[in-house]
Design a protein around this ligand. Sequence first.
Ligand SMILES: [Fe+2]
Ligand SMILES: [Fe+2]
Length: 395
Amino acid sequence: MGSLYAALKPPTTTSKTIARGVSKVFVMPPTRTDYQLPIAAERRLDLFVRHVEANPGNLITASEVSELEDAMDVGSVEPTLPAGMSGEDFTGVLKLALLTECATDTYAHAIASRAHAYDATWLERFTLETWAPDEHTHHEPFGHMLRSLGFSDAEMDREMRETQEQIYVHGAGDTPAHITAYAMIQEYLTDHWHGLIGTLTREAAPVASKMASRVKQRETLHAMWYRDMTAMQVEADPSLLSHVAEAVVHFHMPGKIILPELEEHVPHLLSVARADLDELVRGLIRLVESLLPDTRSAGALLMEVASAKGMRFGPVSAGQVHAALGRLGGPGYGLIGEALLDRAGLSYLYRKSDTASRWGQGDPFTGRLRAMLREWVASQIDLRLGFPVMPDAAP
Ligand SMILES: [Fe+2]
Ligand SMILES: [Fe+2]
């Protein structure tokens, strides 16, 4: 697998890292380590990766970026920014994109070493031979944009080198199911970060906007690839839903570990850039729902996440509801899944599903009671699932 593979280190859950001179100790929570896919599922995943290898889509080439270098001038963007957003804020948005994108090899190591530890050759190969080369050009447009704002190559090279030297500690689970679910969320959020840059530059720097959108399109595709990989694993072994839940619960953007100072500004940047966080969460719920076999699984996943996050449903803790539903064999999870989709404005998803075909049919009293219960549960759901702020950008 070449030099990249040779440098792989075994996964670690506890590590000390020096971030820009600030010593930080990250102690990561224990996560499940059980993982055994049937051979037929491994083969399916391998075939899927072969399909992606043969059809990687419209990759961004270095020459494509360099040809547009001068046209990516964002010097006239500041007066067109939303009221309350400063030029410094805009620079922060671009810097976060540049620096998180430049650390591709760090993330590739983290993913491939875990895939290797679990003999998931499909994920290891995908990461090193398809995903990492795809990502390697993504930071370049943001470098050109920052250069047009007066940042020197020397300054950016130093910051990128420092970022690449940071030790990344992954705390959202190590099995391939954890990793693909984590990567799906990470790619989804990065997709939106680049989309934000595309929106902020659309009026005053259309070429820069177009390039940010090009990078965004790659992230959209990556999120879909990881979504499909996760769905195939959960389909082969439904108990892996717990691994997916852990990846959601312990999710952290890599910037939190390798770019802590910049990451701290993300809530402010999202706010001044007028990012629609509810829409962001709605899209994420839609994405996770699309990898699950049914609405009941969405309910079960929500309850695992809500329990771990210490969320409450009115007077009752999510953990107590989860335990009660588990003892009942879980028929109530379908109702909770429907409530989650209702709360996110996605009720059409369950209304067209198997659950929906039964919805409202039969005994009208039961149907009305179910609708009332669902409405109450929906009103109790914290749509942001207990995450106080939305995370930053990543590759
Ligand atoms: Fe990506
Ligand atoms: Fe990327």
